[in-house]
Design a protein around this ligand. Structure first.
Ligand code: ACM
Length: 694
């Protein structure tokens, strides 16, 4: 598998549970209305929240006022806020459009800011938000702060039998890290503009502020070049962004306070460039767009002087197209065979005292850095670019391990963390949530800590298409957004999961398809709108994790179908997690009521197999899930038996545990590139009544 794939072992995170922490800050003081306790659904958790007595009731007369349309971004955000509020509440708000001067009525929402924000790291995104009985005040230094505050206010919206309301609160908020990014790889699978835009909306909802656009890969060159049009014409199968589309996306992102950083991954990961310009590669021959996944040989030839004017012209064009001061040059996984096999490159290395391929790549990077500096860009690269001799005004993007980030900071480089935020690994949100760019045991001093700018979730797209990408990104990425925004002390995993569900629904309101599309895929597979048995199974199942889908018989390419059952299963099943938590609670207290609830779930899953069978019979594409469905039924039968014994306090006969262990081991075998996500809980039940399961 690819280096990135094999480096998965390094993506393990340290699980540091610090209970409650400053989440306590979200709890109302004892004197406050008890009904507010535990109800706030803010994500990310603000830096400081005080919940007060009372509420601001929302009705049709709600009005909003602030600086007028000439102020641009905040005004448009206020308009979107009102539209979303109306959509969520069903209220016919009377306000014609936004009031741009002092309204005739007292009360309502008032927002203000001191200056327009710039789209640069370390820009002020702070805001203060006060909800009183009659008035809501949102103040910020910049209009970007106002945007962040509107998202908080929308998340505060609550409801009960009296109608909709905002609980009275005083919030003072600002981000912990200035770089809170999401990378979308549009090389392996192209993602059209509407996919990008809806994900920008989702990012804004959880206060993320950097969209890292991974635009070139072995499998596709996705940006129009007017200077070298052969690049996108030959390297993209016609699936690329025009420059007009790029500008549109940048403007859309800017309107949401999001920077757009492009990545052109060189000198490796570059096969698609060589379809048009084979002469710039390090080995002769013709090149086709790569269809498979992994780390491939083709790489630019750093010893060929012709590539530097080429990159100068290309990066000049791209520097003008992308206004962000940062430009990512990739630099990861240069496989090296082409360099080793090329005598001219070996001679060049010798002549220039370049001891190894790392030194050769550092030479290439230094030449690029000169070009980027000329065009006013700061260079960002994956951690392989950390080589002796590079000036420390480049930014190191750590992916192979958190060590690179520390090493870079010790040497005076700024850094961004993605190791631990690889959402394509299909890990639970918890694993990412507890991965801190600056963990409590960080060896860095304060000056070095200040070099850590933040982190990025990475949506590598080997196994995702426009139909499935939202469900691979959301809602788990909201947990990463919180890690990067909220105080370090906010670490309660259970509380994060409590808020993840509501956030997920909020994202759906913005047009994200992570909840809708799985059902759509199931309907397509079944050829029928009645998909309940498939839905039941899908909730008990998760895709194989850590790139295991690339192993075994699978030979995924960019042309493979991603419309199978596994593609309709969430990377992390929240119902499965809830079931596992219920089992833990039951085993701790043997509450009979909870035991009956668990029994009902087990019985439902057991009975589901008989309902799945006719659906499978009518759909050849679903036949592969039969072992999964059968495994679930058998495991649940075992679980029911164990539960019954536990409830009655009966010990099983001697051979029972071994016999049941075999059934569970059989059910644990992956099928259809997926695995049962509830098996560990059933195993615990069996162990609880018969000792450890072999
Ligand atoms: C990477 O995952 N190769 C940056």
């Amino acid at each position: 598998m690819t280096g990135r794939l094999s480096a998965k072992a390094l993506v393990l995170v340290s699980l540091i549970f610090v209970t409650l922490g400053s989440v306590l800050a979200m709890r109302p003081p004892a004197a406050a209305a008890a009904s507010v306790d535990g109800v706030l659904k803010l994500m990310p958790v603000p830096a400081s929240v005080t919940v007060r007595e009372g509420r601001f009731q929302v009705d049709e007369m709600l009005n909003i006022a602030g600086p007028g349309p000439q102020t641009g971004r905040a005004f448009r955000a206020a308009a979107r806020f009102m539209s979303r509020l109306a959509g969520r509440t069903g209220l016919f708000l009377k306000q014609d459009f936004l009031l741009t001067q002092a309204p005739s009525v007292e009360g309502g929402i008032r927002y203000a800011f001191a200056r327009p924000g710039t789209l640069l790291p370390n820009e002020d995104e702070s805001y203060s938000l006060t909800v009183d009985l009659e008035k809501i005040t949102l103040d910020a230094k910049t209009d970007i702060g106002v945007l962040r505050g509107f998202e908080t206010l929308l998340q505060l919206l609550s409801a009960d039998e009296t109608g909709y309301y905002f609980p009275c609160v005083a919030i003072a908020d600002q981000p912990r890290f200035t770089w809170r990014g999401l990378l979308i790889d549009v090389g392996r699978h192209f993602q059209p503009v509407d996919v990008i835009k809806r994900n920008l909306d989702a990012m804004a909802a959880v206060k993320m502020n950097v969209f890292h656009w991974h635009l070139t890969e072995d499998q596709g060159f996705r940006v129009e070049s007017k200077v070298f049009p052969k690049l996108h014409q030959r390297g993209s199968d016609g699936m690329f962004y025009t420059q007009a589309q790029i500008r549109d996306v940048i403007e859309y992102a800017a309107d949401r306070g999001i920077r757009v950083m492009p990545e052109f991954d060189i000198p490796g990961h570059s096969t698609s460039w060589f379809v048009a310009y084979p002469e710039f590669s390090s080995a002769p021959g013709t090149y086709g767009i790569e269809r498979k996944f992994g780390v491939f040989g083709p790489a630019f030839n750093p010893a060929d002087e012709r590539i530097y004017p080429f990159f100068d012209a290309f990066l000049k064009e791209m520097s003008a197209l992308f206004p962000d001061p940062y430009l990512h040059i990739g630099g990861d996984e240069v496989e090296g065979h082409q360099w080793e096999a090329n005598p001219a490159i070996q001679a060049f290395k010798k002549k220039n005292g370049l001891a190894d391929n790392g030194a050769l790549q550092a030479y290439f990077n230094k030449r690029l850095l000169k070009i980027l500096t000329k065009y006013g860009k700061k260079m960002v690269g994956w951690d392989e670019v950390l080589q002796p001799g590079l000036p420390n005004d480049i930014v190191i993007h750590s992916w192979r391990g958190p060590k690179a980030l520390v090493e870079a900071a010790l040497k005076g480089y700024q850094g961004i963390l993605s190791n631990g935020y690889y959402i394509d690994l299909c890990q639970p949100a918890e694993a990412h949530y507890l991965n801190d760019p600056l963990p409590p045991d960080s060896p860095l001093d304060d000056r070095q800590k200040a070099l850590i700018m933040g982190g990025e979730a990475t949506m590598w797209s080997e196994l995702v298409t426009p139909e499935t990408i939202d469900s691979r990104i959301w809602p788990r990425t909201a947990a990463i957004a919180e890690r990067l925004w909220s105080p370090a002390s906010v670490t309660s995993v259970d509380d994060m999961y409590r808020r993840l569900g509501p956030v997920s629904i909020e994202l759906e309101e913005l047009g994200l398809l992570h909840l809708k599309n799985p059902d759509m895929l199931l309907r397509r597979l079944a050829g029928d709108p009645r998909i309940e048995p498939l839905q039941v199974l899908a909730k008990a199942v998760e895709p194989l994790k850590n790139y295991q889908r690339h192993g075994g018989q699978a030979a995924y390419t960019s042309l493979s179908p991603f419309t199978r059952f596994v593609d309709a299963c969430a990377p992390e099943s929240l119902p499965a997690r809830a079931f596992r938590k219920n089992i833990d609670r039951f085993l701790a207290g043997k509450d009979p009521l909870l035991g009956r609830e668990i029994g009902a779930t087990l019985a439902l899953w057991k009975a589901n197999h008989a309902l799945v069978l006719p659906v499978i019979a009518a759909s050849p594409a679903l036949r592969e899930i039969e072992p999964l469905s059968l495994g679930l039924a058998r495991a649940c039968e075992v679980g029911l038996e164990a539960l019954d014994r536990l409830m009655k306090g009966q010990s099983p006969p001697a051979a029972w545990a071994e016999e049941k262990g075999k059934i569970l081991a059989e059910a644990a075998k992956p099928a259809a590139h997926a695995e049962l996500a509830v098996l560990s809980a059933v195993t615990k039940l069996v162990a609880a009544c018969a000792g450890p399961v072999k």
